[in-house]
Design a protein around this ligand. Structure first.
Ligand code: HEM
Length: 206
């Protein structure tokens, strides 16, 4: 196996591209159902939210396993979440609203779930723009403060989903519960729990 394939980043990137590959394959084979635009919007929206939650699980996983190196994968995961958010937004702007700025502005003001999704997307942009090592160094402590925006962004993502669902709230509530857990694992209660789980189940590394 070449050095490239031994790098977990390559495998993580390939895994992150699978939802897009699936959409392309379904599109090519006419498998996007009766409403392909809705299918693509829903799929890219779901993967944006999952991407945010996976990114937010890196820090608790580091604490649980004691593997500080996991942080190396966090930026790529966050950027993939942003990538799917861009696809989601593009699908909306292009296929749903036909690039009509007035219609889009009206929709953002009128439909609360669009207002919330749009706000989440706007907040993601400065995070993606400052995700480089150079920006990290330049911003210092302010980088961390800025990137705490990921918490309200994920919350807005869940609220967006809750607001757009008409009947069965189960799916957005499941995402909401996962987000609540990921946030709680950062509080003293959660830190204690992770410490206890680590002491009990994770063998100490020499
Ligand atoms: C971080 C940003 C965002 C996240 C996490 C997100 C997430 C989601 C999720 C999870 C869904 C539902 C998927 C499903 O039904 O299974 C969805 C649907 C949708 N989102 Fe977003 N979204 C975001 C931003 C946006 C933006 C910026 C817009 C447009 C301005 C938008 C417009 C829509 C629309 C039109 C739907 C489909 C509604 C329907 O099928 O009835 N979203 N989004």
């Amino acid at each position: 196996m070449g050095a490239g394939l031994r790098n977990p980043k390559v495998w993580i990137a390939l895994a992150c591209l699978l939802p897009l590959a699936r959409l392309i394959a379904l599109g090519a084979s006419g498998g996007l159902g009766a409403n392909p635009i809705e299918f693509i919007t829903r799929s890219t929206g779901t993967w944006t939210l999952i991407g945010l939650l996976v990114t937010l699980s890196v820090t608790p996983l580091r604490r649980l396993t004691g593997r500080a190196d996991l942080v190396r994968y966090r930026r790529m995961l966050g950027l993939f979440a942003f990538f799917y958010a861009c696809l989601h937004f593009t699908t909306y702007v292009w296929l749903d609203q036909f690039f009509d700025p007035a219609a889009i502005a009206r929709d953002i003001v009128k439909r609360p779930f669009i207002t919330v999704g749009f706000s989440a997307f706007m907040l993601l942009i400065p995070l993606a723009a400052t995700s480089t090592h150079a920006m990290m160094r330049r911003l210092g402590r302010r980088w961390q403060q800025l990137h705490r925006l990921v918490y309200p962004i994920a919350l807005l993502g869940v609220v967006h989903f809750l607001w757009l669902v008409k009947k069965d709230l189960t799916e957005p509530l499941v995402y909401g519960a996962i987000l609540a857990l990921l946030l709680a694992l950062r509080l003293p209660w959660g830190l204690n729990l992770l410490g206890a789980l680590r002491a009990r189940f994770v063998p100490a590394r020499s």
